[in-house]
Design a protein around this ligand. Structure first.
Ligand SMILES: [Zn+2]
Ligand SMILES: [Zn+2]
Length: 203
């Protein structure tokens, strides 16, 4: 049991208790500080007390506390140690707080870097897609050019064929001899077959 230094001081003589007695009001005093008989007022709370025949009872707890040698230096040292520990804890706590702030900044900086990296990668991919797109469009345009130039070529062929057909048609109402008819028919079938071939090739 640890007593405060002040709790072992008599409020009457202001010295360390000798034979401490407990009063009905709860205060304590040395036996020599109290009257041997009669009425008196408590110095602390001013309650009136009448001294019993056999005196006031001993305060046994205080008695026991006074029997133990109390090392106030030791208590003071403990207090200093406790204070030092508290100071150390406060310093540690402050360190931890500033570390938290630092960590927060590090996290934000790190995430910024990650986002930059994501943007760079995305840009790379977009460029790649754009390049592919351009290649594909180029191929489609080339295909279109090729088809159109084929069509132009066959349009020219068609013009030639059309002339030949007109030439054949021109004489359709005339009476021809058999040789001429055979020639015309042969020519006719030749022109038709060329027309059909052109149609196939355009596609
Ligand atoms: Zn006293
Ligand atoms: Zn009192």
């Amino acid at each position: 049991m640890i007593f405060e230094k002040n709790s072992l001081i008599c409020p009457y003589c202001e010295k360390c208790f000798i034979e401490p007695k407990v009063l009905p009001c709860g205060e304590n005093a040395c036996s020599k500080c109290l009257p041997e008989s009669g009425c008196f007022d408590c110095l602390v709370c001013t309650d009136s007390h009448e001294t019993p025949k056999n005196g006031f009872p001993n305060n046994k707890i205080l008695f026991r506390a006074l029997e133990q040698p109390i090392n106030f230096e030791k208590i003071e040292a403990k207090n200093q140690e406790f204070k030092a520990n508290m100071e150390y804890s406060k310093i540690k706590l402050d360190e931890l707080k500033s570390r938290m702030v630092q960590l927060e900044a590090e996290v934000i900086e790190h995430c910024k870097l990650i986002i930059n990296q994501i943007d760079l990668n995305a840009e790379e991919k977009i460029n790649l897609i754009n390049n592919n797109r351009e290649d594909l469009i180029k191929m489609a345009n080339e295909y279109q050019d090729k088809c159109l130039s084929n069509l132009t070529k066959y349009t020219k062929n068609l013009a030639e064929l059309s002339e030949e057909v007109n030439f054949l048609i021109k004489d359709k109402d005339l009476l021809l001899n058999k040789k001429d008819i055979d020639e015309k028919l042969e020519k006719y079938y030749y022109v038709i077959s060329k027309l059909e071939l052109s149609q196939k090739e355009i596609r």
